[in-house]
Design a protein around this ligand. Structure first.
Ligand code: COA
Length: 412
């Protein structure tokens, strides 16, 4: 099977903000370019490295692969014979602008100064991600997409394709996402950003070459990680157990007196410590802001957030009105970051816009991370839809395959 790991350069990329920069876009392409193309969009801190493609398990949070990418993050879903079958589809995944895995972002050198852009990197939007992917696909000679698939903010990325290029996309699969973040999710993301910018090492954001703001980034990630897990799932796995070992690399809590550290603390610090090894703080700020700003129902995906805290179903449907393909919205029952209710509203917007749509809910207590770790369930939902669309499902207006982890929403 053909595997390409490469990058394209766009000499004069225009961001939604109006800024123009030379942009390098790192991507992976698996399979035969003559087959129908499926674009896979990564989540907030993912990379173009969607799969090893050869069956070797690799993993999201393992130390960076030799090419500097995060580990293959959907290895069980994408590959030969897997749900997104690279023997039958040409699968493309690109790292988004603002990230730090090969595509130009804040840690990349500004050609004018030779120094990293840092906080001077333009504000990025989900629309910018789509435009960078469109330019990449144009370069690869791909005009039509069988499907765009993505999880979390990658799901917003997928939906934005249906909005911007309805004639190029046949099917869209947003997983564990919504039309916009709700206020609680925005609040927690904002607190994470505060943790970064108040880390003394962050300074004016030009920390490159000095100490990175690891502690701020770690606390931002730990806070976010709580939202990636469900309340029940964390309680089941960690409960009130004491920590088995040291709590992490960021020092003891001076106010803890003789109270034993808890497993949940050491778990979060373990995950956060692994994260800071692989991610840049300015890139994290850049990408979280893009996610925060995204609002499908807003007239434009601009750098200005909408002032009214509402999710207007008519606006969201209007944004999708030109899309007459098919959509499968996949939600996770225990997701507290993008709830099943948000998924349902997104599915209803597709329906209202005249698209054929199904909404599938994945059961279990793995929370938002289910889209990464419940790969059998995700694959069972996505694979048949890619192959046969809504018609591949048993239900007329919903999906009902009888598997215990799936439940139709629109049909129920
Ligand atoms: N104290 C310290 N470390 C602990 C621990 C504890 N009490 N309990 C578990 N761990 C460590 C384990 O040792 C293991 O470490 P290792 O990977 O270095 O071997 C790790 O935690 C296992 O993580 P866990 O979350 O339990 O595994 P999982 O299979 O459920 O999920 C990931 C794996 C990678 C998906 C998850 O850990 C993660 O990082 N999630 C965030 C991914 C993400 O970005 N999601 C959102 C996208 S928008």
């Amino acid at each position: 099977m053909s595997v390409v790991r490469d990058s394209v350069r766009i000499d004069d990329f225009r961001f939604a903000s109006g800024d123009r920069l030379p942009l390098t876009v790192a991507y992976e392409a698996h399979g035969d370019p003559a087959d129908p193309t499926v674009l896979v969009c990564h989540a907030l801190t993912g990379s173009a490295h969607v799969t090893t493609g050869d069956g070797d398990p690799d993993w999201w949070d393992l130390p960076a692969a030799p090419d500097g990418q995060a580990g293959a993050w959907w290895d069980d879903v994408v590959g030969p014979g897997r749900a997104i079958d690279t023997d039958r589809y040409h699968v493309v995944c690109a790292n988004v602008p603002g990230s730090c895995y090969g595509t130009t972002g804040p840690a990349s050198p500004d050609p004018d100064t030779g120094e990293p852009y840092g906080p001077d990197f333009p504000p990025v939007t989900v629309g910018d991600w789509v435009e960078s992917q469109r330019r990449l696909l144009d370069t690869l000679g791909v005009d039509r997409l069988r499907a765009v698939v993505g999880g979390s903010v990658g799901g917003m990325n997928a939906v934005e394709w249906a909005r911007r290029y309805p004639d190029r996309v046949e099917r869209v699969v947003p997983v564990a996402t919504g039309a916009r973040m709700d206020a609680q999710a925005l609040a927690l993301t904002a607190l994470g950003r505060r943790a970064i910018v108040t880390d003394p090492a962050y300074g004016d954001g030009r920390y490159y070459g000095d100490s990175d703001p690891d502690e701020g980034l770690a606390q931002a990630r730990a806070l976010a990680h709580v939202t990636y897990r469900s309340r029940d799932g964390m309680d089941r796995r960690l409960g009130r157990d004491p920590a088995a070992g040291p709590v992490g690399p960021f020092g003891d809590d001076p106010a803890a007196d003789d109270a034993p550290a808890l497993a949940v603390e050491s778990y979060l610090q373990d995950r956060a410590a692994a994260f800071v090894e692989r991610f840049d703080a300015n890139a994290y700020l850049s990408l979280t802001r893009a996610m925060e700003r995204y609002d499908l129902g807003a007239e434009h995906d601009s750098a200005s957030p909408r002032s009214e805290a509402r999710e207007d179903a008519a606006d969201v449907a209007a944004a999708l009105s030109d899309f007459d393909g098919e959509a499968l919205v996949v939600s996770v029952e225990s997701d507290q970051l993008f709830t099943p209710a948000q998924g349902r509203r997104l599915a209803e917007a597709f329906d209202r816009a005249g698209a054929a749509v199904a909404h599938e809910r994945l059961a279990g207590d793995r929370g938002h991370d289910a889209f990464l770790v419940e790969t059998d369930a995700v694959g069972a939902a996505v694979g048949p839809f890619l192959d046969d669309g809504i018609g591949g499902a048993d239900g007329a207006d919903g999906v009902d395959r009888g598997a215990p982890v799936h439940a139709s929403l629109l049909s129920g």
